[in-house]
Design a protein around this ligand. Sequence first.
Ligand code: NAD
Length: 250
Amino acid sequence: MNDKKALVTGAAMGIGKATAELLAQKGAQVLIADIEEDALQKTAKEIEDMGGKVITAIADISKEKDVRTMVRKAVDEFGQLDIACNNAGIEGEMALTANYSLDEWDRVQNINLRGQFLCMKEEIAAMLESGGGSIVNVSSILGKVGYQQAPAYTAAKHGLLGLTKTAAIEYAQEGIRINAVCPAFIDTPMLERAGITTDEEVKEQTIGLHPVGRLGHAKEVAEAIVWLASEQASFVEGHALMVDGGYTAK
Ligand code: NAD
């Protein structure tokens, strides 16, 4: 990673934060982006305190202008963009498909699918300028299997894997590798908000879905992302790597 120029969206907390920290630890310069300004600055300070090189961008990935400005900032400040991790996402409300509101459907697609597409568009353009790079999209086990009462999230995460594969084969010959990770339930603020880690009974039920018998840690997903982004994964293209404690092996 030495001196690679990287960008991570949704990096104020959770998986994005762990990924930005790991990239910085391994010597990359990292632009971290999020909509949560205070939490983002806190993450930046933590990375700086451990000797990492970091810059920040307040960017809502569902807004084309924000995404453009974010990628441009990385290129302007670093000279080029080598690595992008498209991680920002929301859980969305839980409801059966026939009861799912169109507003909520649109909100989830706008961030979890349209937003990821906007990021990829700008990142690929930047990487083409400098002769290549590596993109890792954060999908989910719900990019591979269904989940009751999460129609919008599940559809968006499936869509993201389709987009990953399509862009991967489009740009493979231009030196851009595009892959995805599919985490199962990871102990982050998202699970707290969803009430999964705050209710002991729900937490135990959720743990029981994972053959390894526990929830995942953000750092474990970050390790997979950083590996996919690195030269170690030079022949890995258009892949969806399960980081799921065996969830989808059942
Ligand atoms: P989190 O809520 O802990 O962190 C997500 C971050 O993204 C937050 O800092 C939030 O402010 C930011 N964000 C949200 N909307 C944004 C937007 N429009 N623009 C920019 N930033 C935005 O969530 P997490 O658990 O770390 O999840 C990260 C990614 O991993 C998401 O894409 C999520 O769908 C995926 N994922 C999470 C789990 C899990 O169990 N935690 C499992 C599978 C996949």
